[in-house]
Design a protein around this ligand. Structure first.
Ligand SMILES: Nc1ncnc2c1ncn2[C@@H]1O[C@H](COP(=O)(O)OP(=O)(O)OP(=O)(O)O)[C@@H](O)[C@H]1O
Ligand SMILES: [Mg+2]
Length: 251
């Protein structure tokens, strides 16, 4: 089943995704080949329409390439039957820009949802996830009673509750302010450190890539321009909010 090197969490082999739109066709991705090393935090950069979300959707089998292959842990998602694909998707967590929490469920119930969908109950695991994202004290609140950053923490806990090997993040900080962005990026780093999760981070924010990514793929109109390494020294912690305000107001 697998001819993939052990080190690669995801491999794109000459992937294209074309959307037919009546007379026209849109090539959302063209001839993309890349590897995401296992245990890395991998950035996906590009302007609006570059194909970033399409790339993520191919990685969790929500969508399939028009040509080429996408291998996750050596497994070609397009070759799986629906039951196998569902099982595979339990190994992949997803986080979105607008959190996508269930409004009439508490924090605890939102985090437990992926387990419930698998007919599993594991209140210890749910509690451990709330602790990991620092929300144990807010477990009975509803999403509308949380800040944006807190809501994104819930979404990350929910994505991690099934212990996925791959975490896909589509603009997870684009709706957040600078300080909260730094906290969420810290959480992604902690996720990799604590669980060994491979993280794919779609963003248009260069600073986010600088802060946490090991490398980043840069896309333009569906084409992969390059994969750029981020030197360790470029990775930095964002200043505290008050320091940020002081330096911005003083300059
Ligand atoms: N389901 C679809 N049907 C038709 N066209 C689509 C579909 N999904 C994406 N596209 C087109 O493919 C291209 C890439 O879209 P994609 O959403 O991947 O871009 P993106 O880089 O995520 O952009 P953004 O930064 O705005 O989220 C766009 O031209 C888009 O209109
Ligand atoms: Mg997008």
């Amino acid at each position: 089943m697998s001819d993939a090197p052990e080190s690669a969490a995801v491999i794109f082999e000459r992937v294209a995704r074309r959307f037919e739109r009546g007379e026209h066709a849109v090539d959302a991705l063209s001839d993309v080949s890349l590897e995401i090393p296992r245990g890395s935090i991998f950035g996906v950069l590009g302007e609006s329409g570059a194909g970033k979300s399409t790339l993520l959707r191919l990685m969790n089998g929500l969508d399939h390439p028009t040509s080429g292959r996408v291998l996750v842990s050596g497994i070609d998602l397009a070759a799986l039957g629906s039951r196998e694909l569902r099982a595979m998707r339990h190994r992949i967590g997803v986080v979105f820009q607008h959190f996508n929490l269930v409004g009439n469920l508490t924090v605890r119930a939102n985090i437990a949802l992926p387990l419930r969908l698998q007919h599993r109950r594991d209140s210890e695991r749910v509690a451990a996830m709330m602790e990991f994202v620092g929300l144990s004290a807010l477990s009975s609140r509803f999403p509308a009673q949380l800040s944006g950053g807190q809501q994104q923490r819930v979404a990350i806990a929910r994505a991690l509750v099934t212990d996925p090997e791959l975490l896909l993040c589509d603009e997870p900080t684009s709706a957040l302010d600078t300080h909260t962005t730094a906290e969420i990026l810290d959480l992604l780093q902690a996720t990799r450190a604590e669980f060994g999760t491979t993280v794919a981070l779609v963003t248009h924010e260069l600073d986010a890539v600088r802060a946490v990514c090991d490398s980043a793929a840069v896309f333009e109109r569906g084409r992969l321009l390059d994969v750029v390494g981020v030197p360790r020294t470029a990775q930095h912690r964002e200043p505290r909010y008050i320091d940020h305000v002081r330096s911005r107001l003083a300059s």
